[in-house]
Design a protein around this ligand. Structure first.
Ligand code: FES
Length: 124
């Protein structure tokens, strides 16, 4: 019997912007503790092995940050707070139900373009 695969991967954007940069970013003075908060919560719940959290750089949805992407399912959560993370872990990661009210809008997260179609759009 092998080591079980994770049931979920949680990708948390950890991009910050230098002071004075006009573009928003997911990590600011107010939100810099959210990665550690989520990791601690997953550990306390005893589910880090089956739902690890991974730091990423920008996923191009900066104005909706702080964000994280839950796979499988391509579920992007936005405007994260500790309270939202608690609900996402309880209801989605443990309970299996997406917390729709925290999911990014369709305008910001439309259907994916296949790499083959992306190449065609670029004339390649
Ligand atoms: S800085 Fe997080 S999505 Fe861009």
């Amino acid at each position: 019997m092998g080591i079980p695969q994770p049931a979920f991967y949680i990708f948390k954007c950890e991009q910050s912007a230098p002071p004075g940069m006009p573009k928003p970013s997911c990590v600011t003075e107010d939100t810099k503790g959210l990665f550690q908060y989520t990791a601690m919560k997953l550990m306390k719940e005893g589910i880090m092995m089956t739902a690890p959290i991974i730091k990423t750089s920008c996923m191009n949805r900066c104005s909706a940050g702080p964000i994280m992407l839950v796979e499988p399912g391509h579920t992007m959560y936005v405007g994260l707070t500790e309270e939202k993370i608690d609900r996402i872990i309880a209801e989605h990661i443990v309970g299996g139900n997406v917390v729709q009210e925290y999911v990014i809008s369709d305008e910001m997260w439309d259907a994916p373009i296949s790499p083959a179609d992306a190449k065609k759009q670029m004339g390649m």
